[in-house]
Design a protein around this ligand. Structure first.
Ligand code: 5GP
Length: 188
């Protein structure tokens, strides 16, 4: 192909960086349903507080939580990095004003890479004395893990490459793509 066509959603380009389609919205939907079924089953008859990690998880959380049939509360926390490049940089966490005492908590993440964000967040949440804390993430890159993390619910394990779409951005772009795209290294 001698040109880039962002309307042909197989290839998507942001700032001269090319991404290719990796996980379709149909597969995403199937996997979200499977996770919801497991959570509905595991927590049947119990209440759950879902803590959604902004911003990347908004689409996953929105899809997942509409499939949850439990009594639940929803809160959000912000975990933002300082840069907009394809590396994980320093972290800001904001979890003020959430009552977690004696509650079943499920943290909702878009993607777990090194695990640094979540291990920090789990520590902060555990200090609030909840009844239980589990993690659900749509994507996981196990090969990149730096901190050991016990993740109960994983949608799809992926290769250790940078992805965008379905809430995930590159330089704040690409979050709204309904499919997930991966860095197209062959075409750089
Ligand atoms: P971790 O702390 O596990 O290394 O990284 C978690 C956060 O880094 C995610 O919530 C996400 O914001 C960002 N991140 C990690 N991998 C990727 C990726 O492949 N693409 C995008 N867009 N963000 C990522």
């Amino acid at each position: 192909m001698g040109y880039i066509d962002n309307t042909n959603k197989e290839i998507y380009e942001i700032r001269n960086v090319r991404f290719k389609k990796y996980i379709s919205k149909e597969i995403i939907n199937q996997e979200v349903q499977k996770i919801a079924n497991r959570i509905n089953n595991d927590y049947a008859g119990q209440k759950v507080l879902f803590i959604v990690v902004l911003k990347g998880s908004i689409f996953f959380a929105s899809d997942l939580l509409r499939k949850i049939e439990l009594d639940c509360e929803i809160e959000t926390v912000r975990a933002s990095s300082y840069g907009d490049e394809m590396i994980n940089s320093k972290l800001r966490l904001s979890i003020e004003n959430i009552n977690m005492f004696n509650k079943n908590i499920i943290i909702v993440e878009d993607i777990v890479d090194t695990g640094n964000t979540l291990s920090e967040l789990v520590k902060r949440i555990q200090s609030e004395k909840p009844k239980s804390v589990e993690i659900v993430t749509f994507l996981s890159k196990p090969e990149k893990r730096e901190k050991p993390l016990d993740i109960k619910y994983v949608g799809i394990e992926i290769a250790p490459y940078f992805v965008i779409g379905y809430g995930l951005d590159y330089a704040e772009q690409g979050r709204n793509l309904p499919d997930i795209y991966i860095l197209d290294e062959e075409r750089q």
